[in-house]
Design a protein. Structure first.
Length: 319
């Protein structure tokens, strides 16, 4: 039986506490950055764009995630609004972060004239990796847990951190263990990243730009929908957990687009900036195309000659 009860504070720097939740978010960003750089280079895109755009996207995702969480757990903040912006931060809503982060990516793609769908495919595995690492911040905050369980990986939750449904008492003594929902999402993130990268490399001739991000929406939506059935502290809309409604808004359109774009007779929809006759998969590049350097965006024509993209050259943004 798992008996470790974590301390949310990693270390104390004078009067300033450093929380594991923030460390988890930072480590998740670091993992996502490493994956983004490698996949961008492998896909024939400029990895320098990752460093320049990731800060903007991360800030946007942080704001959206925090806003979603505050609405979700409004009872914790309605009597003290400063808790919304002052540490310690006790949670971020993934769907809020995805929404505002996506808006930031679209804006950057338009400004930089980048092929949105191809970059979305590069980002998709990194999102899973980010989730897999950052979710452990929930463990240290003793949040995102499910109903009681006798399974060997059940985790203890201190009485002060329990929701009212599972308050300490005769029904739920201090020795009660709970489902670690954060762990389930973390494992799903690890598996999801591996699967998307495998699909992007192995099946790139069958995939269209944007397929991987659509698969991410379906995968995460299904997992989140299922896990919400185990939560008792969710934000609800007419009795239905809001996260399940949002999950369906991700799953249904993404599935519909996947089916539509892979229907029989549907022609290629690769970025117009790609040379005619060149096959580009989700994360692949032509076999004779060298990796892109970090100083220039290289393009390859059908004869394998490298061309540097002129900044004034129009590039279609597929959104």
């Amino acid at each position: 039986m798992f008996d470790f009860v974590p301390n949310p504070i990693a270390l104390q720097l004078g009067p300033l506490p450093v929380y594991w939740y923030g460390i988890g978010y930072a480590l998740g960003l670091a993992a996502a950055y490493q994956i983004l750089v490698r996949l961008a280079r492998r896909a024939g895109e400029d990895p320098v764009i990752v460093g320049n755009g990731m800060i903007i996207v991360a800030i946007a995702a942080l704001i959206g995630g925090r806003l979603y969480h505050v609405i979700d757990q409004w009872a914790l903040y309605q009597d003290d609004l400063l808790k919304i912006v002052l540490p310690p931060y006790t949670g971020l809503g993934v769907y809020g972060g995805i929404a505002t982060g996506l808006v930031a990516v679209v804006a950057i793609a338009r400004i930089k004239r980048l092929p949105f769908w191809r970059w979305a495919d590069i980002i998709a595995p990194a999102l899973f990796a980010m989730q897999a690492v950052a979710r452990w911040g929930n463990f240290f905050n003793q949040e995102l847990y499910g109903p009681p369980t006798t399974l060997p990986w059940g985790i203890p939750i201190e009485c002060i951190h329990r929701i009212a449904t599972y308050a300490c008492g005769p029904a739920f003594p201090e020795t009660t263990r709970f489902h670690p929902l954060f762990l389930y999402e973390s494992l799903s993130g690890v598996l999801g990243a591996i699967v998307l990268i495998w699909l992007g490399f192995r099946l790139r001739s069958r995939l269209r730009p944007g397929d991987l991000i659509l698969i991410f929406f379906v995968w995460y939506g299904v997992v989140r929908f299922g896990l919400e059935t185990l939560r008792q502290d969710s934000w609800t809309f007419f009795g239905v957990p809001t996260a399940q409604i949002v999950s369906l808004l991700f799953i249904v359109p993404a599935l519909a687009v996947l089916v539509w774009r892979h229907r029989t007779g549907h022609g290629p929809d690769e970025p117009a900036s790609r040379p005619e006759g060149t096959t580009w998969g989700a994360l692949g590049r032509p076999a004779d195309q060298p990796p892109v350097s970090e100083s220039a965006v290289l393009r390859s024509d059908s004869n394998g000659d490298d061309q540097s993209r002129n900044e004034d050259e129009p590039v279609d943004v597929l959104i």
